[in-house]
Ligand binder design. Structure first.
Ligand code: DAK
Length: 266
């Protein structure tokens, strides 16, 4: 599906250049809070991204300088009951897992507030590049809730159990230096423009490699979370399947012939 058929959305802006699709959550008057519309459009956008041949990598960000995403939309949350709350969590988890399992590299450019669902969205992306004014936090307990879009699981994997306990149970906000130290941010940039340049540079390096290998590497790393044995098993299975690709033959031949590889994605 060529990029020219890029869909348009009410709450998202999509722009593709040189194989990189920049997806901007665009509710600046509500600090890009995640309401149902944003969630359903995110799902639709990633279904399109997955299929779009011209898109090889993704940057997810929030409009403006102040916020990546200031959380789930509290107005919508306030009306939930036990049934609708569970349904919302299942729906959100599926959408965020769709992002985590995207076979193309996804970088979150975390510009400013990334609270609650905003931190959860950033955690669902493969890499996080933050701006200096970033504020990560999972303050759900202050609203009488817990993170509902996979945050308890993904934060624990990224920062470890003890730190995840501390951050979720206190709801404490953390700034760029601490986020970097915890590995919550892969890097920190002085401005949104600088963060964008870092993201494009990192993705350009990734895109020099074969798309099938990138897809399988993402799958294998994600499989590490299925438990130790299942992770190793998946790694072996995926490694084996890569050995049968044209990209593998091209990559190894190019090295041996001392030339740059030309990957076909097959
Ligand atoms: N939801 C809705 N509107 C929000 C919002 C949010 N999370 N965050 C900000 N806004 C709106 C404000 O209401 C305001 O709208 P107007 O009054 O102008 O109409 C506008 O954005 C600008 O915000 P402020 O005027 O408050 O801006 P400030 O610079 O003064 O403050 C702030 C910025 C980020 C410190 C503040 O806006 C703030 O504290 N926002 C709320 C942060 C927060 O607590 N976020 C929610 C985290 S909890 C679950 C699934 C998911 C979740 C839980 C359960 N289940 C399935 C069960 C996730 C929960 C969360 O995300």
């Amino acid at each position: 599906m060529p990029t020219s058929e890029m869909p348009t959305f009410e709450t998202l802006l999509l722009e593709t250049e040189n194989g990189i699709c920049t997806l901007t959550i665009n509710r600046p008057d509500k600090l890009n809070a995640l309401n149902q519309k944003v969630l359903s459009e995110l799902e639709e956008a990633f279904v399109w991204i997955q299929k779009a041949e011209d898109v090889r990598a993704v940057i997810v960000t929030g409009s403006g300088e102040k916020a990546f995403v200031a959380g789930a939309d509290i107005k919508e949350l306030s009306g939930l009951d036990a049934i609708t709350g569970r349904d919302l969590a299942i729906n959100g988890q599926r959408i965020f897992s769709g992002i985590e399992n995207c076979t193309k590299p996804v970088i979150a450019l975390v510009n400013g507030y990334a609270l609650g669902g905003g931190s959860e969205l950033a955690l669902a992306c493969h890499v996080r590049i933050a701006t200096e004014n970033v504020v990560f936090g999972l303050p759900e307990v202050s609203l009488g809730l817990i993170p509902g879009y996979g945050g308890t699981q993904r934060l624990t994997r990224v920062v470890g159990k003890g730190k995840a306990m501390e951050l979720v149970l206190t709801g404490r906000m953390i700034k760029s230096d601490e986020a970097l130290g915890l590995g919550l941010a892969n890097s920190v940039a002085g401005s949104k423009g600088e963060a964008m340049a870092q993201a494009v540079e990192m993705l350009s390096k990734m895109m020099k490699n074969g798309p099938v290998a990138l897809a399988k590497a993402i799958e294998a790393i994600n499989a590490s979370e299925n438990g130790k044995d299942a992770g190793y098993q998946s790694e072996a299975d995926l490694f084996g399947s890569l050995c049968a690709t044209e990209d593998f033959k091209e990559g190894t031949s190019a090295f041996l012939e001392k030339r740059k590889p030309s990957f076909s994605g097959k």
